[in-house]
Ligand binder design. Structure first.
Ligand SMILES: [Zn+2]
Length: 390
């Protein structure tokens, strides 16, 4: 029989905070792709605990990932994959920080620093739960995968899931221990508009690209209103927001080139191919006016979703409620995560769940709460005891 109390961790707030501080103190900014030292640190630390951990050199040997496994691998018991990413976004203007972004300073219940919430706190909880599973013993298997390149949409987790398989996944992004079963997708589009040389001899027609774009505001607005009617009960509406515009060369020169960037947030019911087609169709209107339009999707994180009542969601939700009083209503994340690699690419049901605070992601003076970190380890241990013990 499964036994949620089988896995004992003995982790104190001081120990969890110290491990998180160690992780924060290793600068793993991406860009510029500095994941290697932290991957080596994680392998060394797990190894010192007697855990089978290794660097995984695909897809980029210069930016190794971490795969660690414990358990007997008995087919009668399940395999749970815990997933973190070790890269962090740059801290931005360090002058604005009142704490050292790579100091891991602790103040009361908080550990400060870039990545504390997103998501070195999740990685720390995963490491400590793995140690507990190793020491208490599991019949099935618990795997910890630590990815590179998550912040830049690279195939880190995707590649590791070609190597390891499992029955369930937990993507340890910051959710304050709330279970998210769906993540919104993200695509960036660059739309380049050029005046058509064939029309250059016809004064006033299709030459000023900025005039043309301003006149094209209405079709863009109509499209945005249309897609806003596509709604998901847990993650809200589909969005297409213009975020950057580059145009013009000089005060007295008619602009014949512009680049307009859109941030497109989408739902699991929308396909990336469908979005591409919609953007092409939208800008056909400008093409008909004689402009050359080329559209490139420069970044993509697919949306992903599992049934809110799937076993992995209900088990973690119940333990999070019992351990920390966390709400049990269905919930989703309005941002994309590597959950998509589990669900869409590897066919492994996975939730987004972790001890960090999502509002702290990418902020100045980012912090993570220590008590949630310890609670997170306890929830993971109970989940492992329930799912990976016969
Ligand atoms: Zn993250």
């Amino acid at each position: 029989m499964s036994n949620p109390n089988r896995i004992q961790h003995g982790v104190s707030g001081d120990e969890a905070a110290a491990l998180l501080a160690d992780l924060v103190a290793i600068d793993s900014q991406n860009p510029p792709r500095r994941e290697k030292p932290i991957a080596e640190f994680i392998v060394d630390r797990l190894d010192s605990w007697g855990i089978d951990a290794r660097l995984f050199e695909r897809p980029d040997a210069e930016r190794p990932q971490v795969i660690a496994e414990v358990g007997e691998g008995d087919p009668g018991a399940g395999t749970l994959i815990l997933n973190g990413h070790v890269d962090v976004v740059p801290p931005g203007d360090a002058e604005q920080w009142t704490h050292d972004p790579f100091g891991g300073e602790r103040e009361g219940n908080r550990v400060y620093g870039r990545g504390a919430s997103d998501m070195k706190g999740g990685v720390a909880a995963g490491m400590l739960a793995l140690r507990a599973a190793h020491e208490s013993g599991v019949d099935g298997r618990v795997v910890l995968t630590c990815a590179m390149g998550e912040e830049t949409a690279e195939p880190g987790t995707e590649t590791m899931l070609e190597e390891v398989s499992g029955d369930w996944g937990i993507v340890l992004e910051p959710t304050q221990l709330v279970v998210d079963t769906v993540g919104k997708g993200l695509a960036w589009y660059e739309v380049e508009v050029r005046g058509d040389a064939a029309h250059a001899s016809r004064p006033g027609l299709g030459r000023n690209v900025l005039d043309a774009l301003f006149a094209f505001q209405e079709p863009i607005d109509t499209y945005r209103e249309e897609i806003a009617e596509r709604e998901h009960p847990l993650i809200g509406e589909s969005l297409c927001t213009p975020t950057m515009l580059e145009a013009g060369t000089k005060e007295n020169v008619i602009p014949d080139y512009a680049k307009l960037t859109f941030d497109r947030r989408f739902l699991p019911s929308e396909s990336v191919e469908g979005l591409d087609e919609e953007m092409e169709t939208l800008f056909d209107g400008l093409r008909e006016e004689g402009f050359e339009v080329s559209i490139e999707r420069t970044r993509t994180y697919e949306a992903a979703e599992i049934d809110p009542d799937h076993e992995i969601a209900t088990v973690v939700r119940r333990h999070a409620h019992d351990v920390a009083g966390i709400e049990t209503d269905p919930h989703g994340k309005d941002a994309a995560t590597d959950q998509r690699n589990f669900v869409n690419d590897a066919g492994i049901p996975a939730i987004i769940w972790g001890p960090g605070v999502s509002e702290q992601s990418h902020t100045v003076d980012e912090w993570a709460p220590v008590d949630a970190l310890v609670d997170g380890v306890e929830v993971l241990c109970r989940t492992i005891g329930e799912l990976c013990v016969e």
